[in-house]
Design a protein around this ligand. Structure first.
Ligand code: S3P
Length: 439
């Protein structure tokens, strides 16, 4: 059944109150993967019940892992150990989820059985050579459609060996893929990243009592006997919180507190960028939960100003640019983003799709090869297309807070991949949004 969902956002409003956004997507994926490979029972709380993380969960069930839940964010995983997965009967369908596909490639390359990975139209168009190439150097055998696209067939019994890999792009998915393959490879697998990227895999492996060596920008792993089950409390996803951090900044008279948000320093580029633009953001109640820094974040309205976004913050805010572009459209002056070519190969081409939508709303937005130049000004109304990209849909919904007419957003069903309940929560906090579903 193909569902088509349209959001309608009426102009104006402010965001006030307290909220807890859903669990972190990256950590939710990894909790299933590592919990499945561990020995013993892993209890997860705060699990993201969104389509992407559920695709990972179903894949491990299909490989023989007993997983209970999710019920209200609680998941119980009966780990089968590093060598306990069994061959799935059918291809593993990963929907829209790049993280599932890239991380599973590494993990499956080390198994004794063959597996096929498939996805939706967006995932089937995304580049997989970035993982196929280094995995092949490790001895993996992976067959793909044209130009390294999915569906992918990963052959078992490959007999992996460790490599030293200098990553040409800053990608946590590539790094994590290789570390997971490294669990099964002879010798040492080490990865060097050109810029820091999210380090949840490294932190969580340590949480599962698995040694990981970090030296500057290099992470190394060797084959060991086991991962030991642990309990995981998934913090709220800063990438979901980002919509409200921008929303409360741009909407007059806003004062919002987001509770229990993950503030791992490899994810807080959004806070740094908004603060450089003049946002009023305060962190409190900072603590560490299961190896991940967590805080409550209070954000109040502020007049933002345009900036040149420092390139060293790009990888640390990689998923937040759709909504950062909305912040830029509301800022005084010009905002320039460079060094963000990766945005062109996300769930959609986020540079082109955001530029097109912003232009429809009357904003002066100029896409460049690796970024965007946006002049702050007035946001008008109109109909924009999200190209089935969850973060584009939510970014344009937030733009409604400062628009002078209604915004209609098509193709919003995929908001469920990362932020189930977005419309309900956004309405409770003060956005005038409704959702219409057609089957
Ligand atoms: C993710 C890494 C990022 C990010 C994605 C989740 C992860 O992708 O965009 O949403 O969980 O490792 P890249 O590593 O491809 O930049």
């Amino acid at each position: 059944m193909t569902q088509s969902i349209t959001f309608t956002v009426q102009p104006g409003g402010h965001l006030r109150g307290e909220a807890r956004v859903p669990g972190d997507k990256s950590i939710s994926h990894r909790s299933i993967m590592l919990g499945s490979l561990a020995e013993g029972i892993t209890h997860v709380s705060g699990f993201l019940e969104g389509e992407d993380a559920l695709a990972t969960l179903r894949s491990f069930q299909a490989m023989g892992v007993e997983i209970e839940g999710p019920i209200n964010g609680n998941v119980t995983i009966h780990g089968v150990g590093l060598d306990g997965l069994t061959a799935p009967k059918d291809p593993l369908y990963l929907g829209n989820s790049g993280t599932s596909m890239r991380l599973l490639c590494g993990l499956l390359a080390g198994q004794k059985f063959d597996a096929v990975l498939t996805g939706d139209e967006s995932l089937s168009g995304r580049p997989m050579k970035r993982v196929i190439d280094p995995l092949s150097q490790m001895g993996a055998v992976i067959e793909s459609a044209d130009q390294g696209r999915a569906p992918l067939t990963i052959r078992g019994q490959a007999g992996l060996h460790g490599i030293h890999y200098d990553m040409p792009i800053a990608s946590a998915q590539v790094k994590s893929c290789l570390l997971l393959a490294g669990l099964y490879a002879e010798g040492v697998t080490s990865v060097v990243e050109p810029a820091p990227t999210r380090d949840h895999t490294e932190r969580m492996l340590v949480g599962f009592s698995y040694p990981v060596k970090k030296e500057g920008s290099q992470v190394s792993i060797s084959r060991q006997v086991k991962l030991t089950a642990t309990d995981i409390d998934v913090p709220s996803d800063i990438s979901s919180a980002a919509f409200f951090l921008v929303g409360a900044s741009i909407a007059p008279d806003s004062d919002l507190t987001l509770k229990h948000v993950g503030v791992n320093p490899t994810r807080t580029g959004i806070i740094d960028i908004l603060k450089l633009m003049g946002a009023d953001i305060e962190l409190s109640n900072q603590r560490t939960v299961g190896g991940e820094p967590v805080a409550d974040i209070r954000v109040q309205s502020a007049q933002l100003k345009g900036i040149a976004i420092p390139e060293n913050l790009v990888a640390l805010a990689i998923d937040e640019f759709p909504v950062i572009f909305v912040a830029a459209a509301c800022a005084e002056g010009e905002t320039v983003l460079t060094g963000a070519k990766e945005l062109r190969v996300k769930e959609s081409d986020r540079i082109q799709v955001m530029a097109d939508g912003l232009k429809t709303l009357g904003v002066n937005a100029k896409p460049t090869e690796d970024g965007m130049i946006i002049q702050g000004g007035v946001i008008g109304g109109g109909k924009v297309i999200s190209h089935h990209d969850h973060r584009i849909a939510m970014a344009f919904a937030i733009a409604g807070l400062r628009a002078n007419d209604a915004i209609l957003i098509d193709d919003c069903a995929n908001v469920n991949t990362s932020f189930p309940g977005f419309v309900t929560l956004a309405s409770q906090l003060g956005l005038d949004i409704s959702s219409e579903e057609k089957v």
